[in-house]
Design a protein. Sequence first.
Length: 353
Amino acid sequence: MAAEIEIRTTTTDVVTQADRDTHLSAETITAIAAGRADSTSRAYRADREAYARWCAAEGRTALPATAETIASYAAHLTTAPLPRTGRPASPSSIDRAMSAISTLHAEHDLPKPSTVAARAVINGFRTRLALAKDPAAKPRKASPAVPTALRAMLAPVDRTTLLGKRDAALVLLGFATAARVSELVAVDVTDLRETDEGLDTSIYRRKVKLFTENVVLYGSDPATCPVRAVQAYTTALVAAGRTGGPLFVRIDRHGRVAPPMLRKGRPIGDPSGRITPEAAADVVTRLADRAGLTGDWSGHSLRRGFATAARLAGHDVIRIGRTGGWADGSRALAGYMEDADRVTASPLVGIGL
């Protein structure tokens, strides 16, 4: 006789949640913010502070905000000149401000306000700019630092100096690994390992929260070979007494490594000498300006240059993306691919015009 199986059921009492179950602690809010990229956190902080000042001046309640307040603030941003440029914020910057305000509500356990009207304001602003042929209608894109641009940027650099060696290593390793400047400056000397083919480099990709193990190969042109540039720089660092710690460090015009920095008598900057992402981006901008290159040059030029050059060389999109730490299906990477493919993959090719 088959064994009998007794099925037991239990009843779980419905429990009313305590107030603390529906709220985030200050520590948790801080931990959530730490999950964002540093650049995003800084931008959100500035956006939120500007929004709070506007609400105070207008006699509006910042938190929780109504849909009307959010739409009115979006409209204000389309006309208010920014101190730095004297022009209103771009549509993409206003989009980011809306996200900053929306997530601020979530972090304070408040319902997110409707942004439907605000989005309509932004869309109308974008259309007005486009019809006026205003460049602000288009998303701002960094100029790609493809190999020809890198050669021009590095030609005037005095690579006999420690500073010149650092700058050359920074732009070439940044290009070869498609690293964001925040990822590049986080690299330590111990993250590099020499191999017969070149260098193995471990890069932490903050956007996708993963490490990529990048193989950096010897280049055919010694002037733009990332392996030789890094080797020359690290050898010079050892000679200067640096055998570990951050790879890219502060170097003054006298060749001093990690010189102390003071503001009103107080030390500032990373004590280890690690340069900031802003300082790394400034290297790219400075070299492009010195070379007389036109365009919009920034730290992101290295990452975009890698994607563009790799695609023009015929490499697979998925392989390019995973090498550079882009998420599969990344819209940003797709945009770079479109730039590279716009002639060779144009639908006009071969249709008989």
